[in-house]
Ligand binder design. Structure first.
Ligand code: GAL
Length: 665
């Protein structure tokens, strides 16, 4: 297993490098990732290259048998380049230049930047292609970080015109398919089509965006594709120069501007940057991190790496809390349990200068190894002794949640009702399933669904007859499917399809949605076999027809009408959830649905704050149980279990210390 560190030798005197690498070696570190922001050092002026410093670091690492993940440095274009070609800068939606002073200050559609990127990638690759210590390459750093996928510059405008022309062929088809008749927006040529930048009608503070929703969706797809094209260019340069080692990129967790299912296809494996210590939003915490791990695994349906794993206090302008002793180890196990087979900590030592002076790592500013160092050393030794589990077992899930980036983008532009948040809905469904000690994948509609007993499609609004056909076959063969409100209502052009809701899925669900109530943050009451609950955000009013009603509203003018139904279809069942439910209501509902679908779950009583993941394969069968709380937990058991990490045999109950982990068999 790769057990690594993100290292920035360029921030430290050369005399310190050997000491750093020795300390790493002593802690069980076998890999460092380097150079992703070091363009100016490698090319101090136009066309003049200097790899001596990097050669030196790689040589010292090689002496200690520490391998290298080498990065292309394009996330930080040099000042000399920006001065020479200011057209490389991005423009925001108000037309302002997003200038120099931090990083990622380039537009993916700048042909000038493409050329300079090619040159540096080629120069690096030709210098290092036969260096045996380099075991993988990372492209750039976090494509799209700091809102840099969507740019509104002239290069983007002309590239967007070409992208549209390629897609629609004729301008009349474009006008017709996107509904440009609304507000007299018909275009006479692709060259005259605008980017969906700021308009007269925009009022962000009150949530008003006025562009044609189809145009907005195409722009999101185009911007995402532009990142893909840029990545493809770098991969091609590396391969042309003779690089045969795997190529990867560090994705982000709660990030949605790039279609990661599509981007992931270009890489030999993918990695992501995992910072459990920073709040990610309203649904932050370790369960969200688990969702992100499962999502990342789903992009390739394979194991993945963590390329930046939290290892200390962090923050730019202020710091987030220091990890409690045991938490760094817990986060590492959480990653591995959910499918990581490479773990690289960010960062070795906090820098004494620059924007990230506060971003801690394993050492402190003074470079002295203390508690965090000892913790990663212990974790590394444990991981090494578990390599059969890590390498030879997988997360095998009976349940799957379907995600689509088209829907992320469409829902983000027109979010139906106050409080509607597609990503939160996906996360809530996923975690409701996990709470029942059930593994859950996150895939897209292209996935082979036949391996799942349960598929959940929350708010799957942009869809097609083809997707409906695929799901129909899935259910007819015995699959259990859950569809929710705001599904099946829009075509691929982000137009409402005019079908009776739930649109494409009406036949499968066996119901008609005859009215709806976007109640936003207001609440309703409802009850079902799992008890009373309070729907919010959205309530569908349903004619249940021949289906069985599982829950109904208990107040309002639609009191007594159904909100959850189930339809027997072929050998399977289709559940329809017509209202937004919180995790406390959804968890028992999914307990019931999963029981009916015979979905496998870990044979341990669910305990709040403890998460389980079942791993299976040639290496055997294991349950990772992780205590995300600061209190010790005892879980009663009815059979013996042994902990793979410590060899402890549990007979009556499993003991988990605060932030503790056991790997049971
Ligand atoms: C990541 C990024 C790193 C570093 C870290 C801490 O998103 O990839 O380069 O900036 O955050 O801010």
């Amino acid at each position: 297993m790769v057990y690594g560190i993100d290292y920035y030798p360029e921030h430290w005197p050369q005399e310190r490098w050997a000491e750093d690498l020795s300390l790493m070696k002593d802690a069980g570190i076998n890999t460092i990732r380097i150079a992703e922001f070091a363009w100016t050092l490698m090319e101090p002026s136009d066309g003049v290259y200097n790899f001596r410093w990097l050669d030196e670091v790689i040589a010292i690492a090689a002496e200690k048998d520490i391998k290298i993940v080498l990065c292309t440095p394009t996330a930080a274009p040099p000042k000399w380049l920006m001065d020479k070609h200011p057209e490389i800068y991005q423009k925001d939606e108000f037309g302002h230049v997003r200038g120099f002073g931090s990083r990622r200050h380039y537009c993916f559609n700048s042909s000038v930047f493409m050329e300079y990127s090619k040159r540096i990638v080629k120069a690096m690759a030709s210098h290092y292609f036969n260096n045996e210590n380099v075991i993988a390459w990372q492209l750039d750093n976090e494509f799209g970080c700091h809102n840099t996928v969507r740019c509104y510059c002239e290069d983007c405008s002309s590239s967007f015109s070409k992208w549209l022309k390629n897609k629609y062929g004729a301008i009349d088809a474009f006008n017709e398919k996107l509904g440009m008749a609304f507000w007299s927006q018909q275009y006479n040529s692709f060259e005259s089509v605008v980017l969906p930048a700021h308009t007269v009608c925009d009022n962000k503070s009150s949530g008003m965006y006025a562009h044609n929703p189809g145009l907005f969706l195409d722009y999101c797809r185009f911007a995402s594709d532009s990142v893909g094209d840029y990545a493809a260019m770098q991969i091609s340069e590396l391969r042309k120069a003779g690089i045969t080692t795997p190529i990867t990129h560090n994705f982000m967790g709660s990030f949605y501007d790039i279609d990661y299912f599509k981007l992931a296809k270009q890489f030999d494996f993918i990695a992501w940057d995992c910072y459990p210590n920073i709040a990610h939003g309203p649904f932050s915490g370790l369960p969200e991190v688990s969702y992100n791990h499962d999502k990342l695994r789903g992009y390739t349906n394979n194991k993945f790496w963590i390329m930046e794993q939290d290892s200390g206090q962090n923050g730019w302008n202020f710091m987030h809390a220091t990890p409690n002793p045991g938490e760094i180890r817990l986060w590492a196990y959480q990653a591995v349990a959910h499918g990581a087979n490479g773990l690289v900590y960010f960062r070795w030592r906090p820098c004494l200068f620059g924007t990230e002076q506060y971003w801690h790592g394993i050492l402190d500013h003074d470079g002295i190894p203390r508690q965090r160092y000892e913790e990663i050393k212990q974790t590394g030794a444990e991981m090494l002794s578990m390599s059969d589990v890590i390498d030879n077992t997988d997360v095998v899930s009976d349940a799957c949640v379907l995600h689509s980036f088209d829907n992320t983008w469409s829902h983000s532009y027109q979010w139906h009702a106050e409080g509607f948040d597609y990503n939160k809905i996906l996360y809530t469904v996923h975690n409701s399933i996990l709470r029942n000690n059930i593994n859950c994948d996150v895939r897209d509609a292209e996935a082979d669904l036949s391996t799942y007993k349960l598929v959940v499609m929350p708010a799957y609004n942009i869809s097609s007859e083809n997707v409906a056909k695929k799901l129909t076959a899935y259910v007819e063969n015995g699959g259990h499917l859950v569809i929710t409100f705001r599904s099946g209502n829009r075509d691929e052009f982000n137009k409402i399809n005019g079908l009776t809701l739930p649109g494409y899925f009406r036949g499968l669900c066996g119901i008609d949605v005859i009215n709806y109530d976007p109640i936003g943050n207001g609440g309703r009451s409802a009850s079902c076999m799992i008890g009373k609950f309070t729907p919010n955000v959205w309530c569908d009013i349903i004619d249940e027809k021949e289906t069985t009603v599982l829950a109904e509203y208990t107040d309002g003018f639609y009191k007594g009408s159904p909100c959850i139904t189930v339809n027997n279809h072929g050998k399977g069942k289709v559940y329809y959830i017509g209202c937004n439910m919180d995790i406390d209501a959804l968890a028992p509902l999914f307990d019931y649905i999963c029981l009916g679908a015979d979905v496998e779950r870990a044979d341990l009583r669910p305990v709040p704050g403890v998460e389980t993941v079942i791993r299976k394969g040639a290496g055997g069968e294991f349950i990772f149980a992780m205590n995300y709380t600061d209190a010790a937990v005892y879980i009663p058991i009815e059979r013996y279990y042994t902990d793979k990490i410590t060899g402890t045999v549990f007979t009556k109950s499993i003991y988990l210390e605060p932030y503790g982990v056991v790997v049971l068999y």
